[in-house]
Structures are given as structure tokens and as C-alpha cells.
Design a protein around this ligand. Structure first.
Ligand SMILES: C[S@@+](CC[C@H](N)C(=O)[O-])C[C@H]1O[C@@H](n2cnc3c(N)ncnc32)[C@H](O)[C@@H]1O
Length: 299
């Protein structure tokens, strides 16, 4: 990447197109608006106290306007040559199903950005798209059309499960988000993450004898056991949301916990060993951040 940790304030589509070269990024995680049809306020100076002041953080209501129409034209005419035939046909097909609607406006905006993300990823690069069941199924189609049609791979649908205050509603409590994980190619950076077992397991050691896996035995012929204390991480992540009094809380609506990002960064990027030795894991990678929110407090 041709810069050191950088925060861009502005539209991420322009940042991608104007500032990031082809095949320079190892890992891209995005946490875009979910098409939740509501707007979000950010709360100032409320850490642990009553909300003192609020201001609009971001808008997540979509309409079919000029920007949406221009995006639609750009995709269907493959203006910048970044869209696959499958992406073009998908958006044309979705227009037949959804019409020129708020949902199609959202999917056009996401298709433009994910196509650029594909361009900037290195051949071994990984992409994580944070969303929720509101639009995850449409977004999976968008990602499949961009990644899986040219050697990319759908890796996981990660379920981020959390608890939150319940309220009376005629449906089950929504307590999970979806994180779609794709790789640009079969060969990708993936560092297995392991998680401690709640109860350690006794495992018999195995060895190969004439090509066959058999239990290893000691001199008296007794099977040798080992204690298993951890296991590879599954695609269901139980991580708490950022609590009201949490140290990392910024008072920003939809703020994601650092523990969630740490897992993604550790799994799908290489750390610079020298940096890690000198400055610790958190400073052992080079990152770029883009948001429309200018408040440095959230930098
Ligand atoms: C779900 S929130 C992200 C929350 C953030 N990940 C966190 O943990 O605090 C969605 C963010 O997308 C930003 N956003 C929306 N449209 C954008 C665009 N076109 N370019 C850059 N950022 C955008 C909003 O300002 C908002 O901060």
C-alpha cells in the first residue's frame, strides 16, 4: 500500500477510485449502512452519563435518485470496465424484480464499491462485508457475481451473535449480524484462529502405521492421551456489543467491538514481525480508513 495508516474523510467510492491502486490491499473490511431504512444519531459526551447532546451521524434511507440512476447506467454500460457480465445481468435482473426502488439504489451503490474493492485487493486478498439479514441475501448475490465469476471464493457467512435489550415484538429478537467473507483467489492469507474450549477434552494421540492412522501406544501398550484445550474458531462468533460503560465506547451508533475486528485482521492479514516486536500487535499492520464522518473523535 503506498501510504502509512491513513484516515480518509469522504465518499469511499472516490477514495477507492482516486487513491488506491490495483492489487495493493491484503484485507478489506467494510461496515456500510445496512439498508435499515433509518437515520442514526451520534451521541456526544455521554460515556456512562445521560445523553448530553446528539447530532445526525449517518443516513441509511435510500431513494431512487440521480445518483442511483447514474450508478445504474455506469454498471449496465460497464463504464469503467470493472463490472463482470454477471454483475451487469444481476443488476438488470434485480431491476425487473425490485424496480427502480430504494433497495435497488442500495444494491447499485454497494455493487459500485465492491467492484472497486475487488480491483484494489491483492491476488491473495480477502474481503469481509458486514451486514445483517435485512439485505445479506442480496449482497451475497452481488459478491458472488463480482468474486466467484473470476476465480474468487465465498469462504464463510459469519454469524456475529450478541445479546441486547429485548423488546416486545411479534417476531424473534434480532440478535445477530452477518459478515460475508470472500477471497479474491483460492490461494489466500488465512491464519487459523483458535478458541479455548469451555471444557478441555482428552484426545488420543494418533500416528501413521503403514499409511493408516492408529492410536499411539506407550511401552505397556496403553493408548497415549493428550489434553485438548482449544479448537479452531467456527463461523459463529459470540462477542458482546460495545457496552454503555465500555472503555472503547465512542458513543457512535452501530459501533462494532474491537474484538470482532481483531479476529478478522489476525485471520486474514500478515503482521509485520519487526513492527509487532517493536510496537505490539496493534501497530503491526498498515491500515486505511474512510468515512463520511469528519469528527476526528471517531478516527
Ligand atoms: C454502520 S456505520 C459504521 C460503524 C463503524 N464501523 C463503527 O464500528 O463505529 C456505517 C458508516 O458508513 C459511513 N458511510 C455511509 N456512506 C458512506 C460513503 N459513501 N463513504 C464513506 N462512508 C460512508 C457512515 O458515515 C457510517 O459511519
Amino acid at each position: 500500500m503506498n501510504f502509512q495508516n491513513k484516515l480518509f474523510y469522504g465518499d469511499n467510492l472516490l477514495v477507492l477510485r482516486q487513491s488506491i491502486k490495483d492489487e495493493t490491499v491484503d484485507l478489506c473490511y467494510i461496515d456500510p449502512p445496512f439498508n435499515s431504512k433509518r437515520n442514526y444519531n451520534q451521541i456526544y459526551n455521554n460515556i456512562g452519563k445521560e445523553d448530553a447532546a446528539q447530532a445526525q451521524a449517518f443516513v441509511d434511507t435510500w431513494t431512487w435518485n440521480t445518483i442511483a440512476n447514474e450508478g445504474f447506467e455506469e454498471i449496465t454500460n460497464n463504464k469503467n470496465g470493472v463490472f463482470t457480465p454477471q454483475s451487469i445481468n444481476l443488476i438488470l435482473g434485480l431491476q425487473k424484480v425490485l424496480g427502480k426502488s430504494s433497495l435497488l439504489a442500495y444494491l447499485v451503490s454497494m455493487t459500485q464499491r465492491i467492484a472497486e474493492i475487488y480491483r484494489v485487493l491483492k491476488p491473495t486478498g480477502s474481503f469481509y462485508l458486514h451486514c445483517d439479514p435485512t439485505a445479506s441475501h442480496y449482497l451475497k448475490l452481488v459478491c458472488d457475481a463480482i468474486f466467484c465469476t473470476r476465480g474468487g471464493d465465498f469462504r464463510n457467512e459469519i454469524v456475529w451473535s450478541y445479546t441486547r435489550w429485548t423488546n416486545v415484538q411479534a417476531q424473534f429478537q434480532s440478535q445477530h449480524d452477518v459478515i460475508l467473507f470472500y477471497s479474491k483467489n483460492k490461494k489466500t492469507i488465512f491464519n487459523e484462529q483458535r478458541i479455548a474450549l469451555e471444557v478441555n477434552r482428552k484426545r488420543n494421540l494418533v500416528e501413521l502405521v503403514n499409511g493408516k492412522k492408529v492410536s499411539k501406544k506407550d511401552k505397556e501398550g496403553k493408548i497415549i492421551y493428550r489434553e485438548q484445550t482449544d479448537t479452531p474458531l467456527s463461523d459463529v462468533w459470540n462477542i458482546n456489543r460495545v457496552g454503555n460503560t465500555a472503555k472503547e465506547r465512542l458513543g457512535y451508533p452501530t459501533q462494532k467491538p474491537e474484538a470482532l475486528l481483531e479476529r478478522i485482521i489476525k485471520a486474514s492479514s500478515k503482521c509485520n514481525q519487526r513492527f509487532e516486536r517493536n510496537y505490539g500487535a496493534r501497530k503491526s499492520r498498515n491500515g486505511l480508513f474512510a468515512d463520511l464522518i469528519s469528527d476526528a473523535k471517531f478516527g
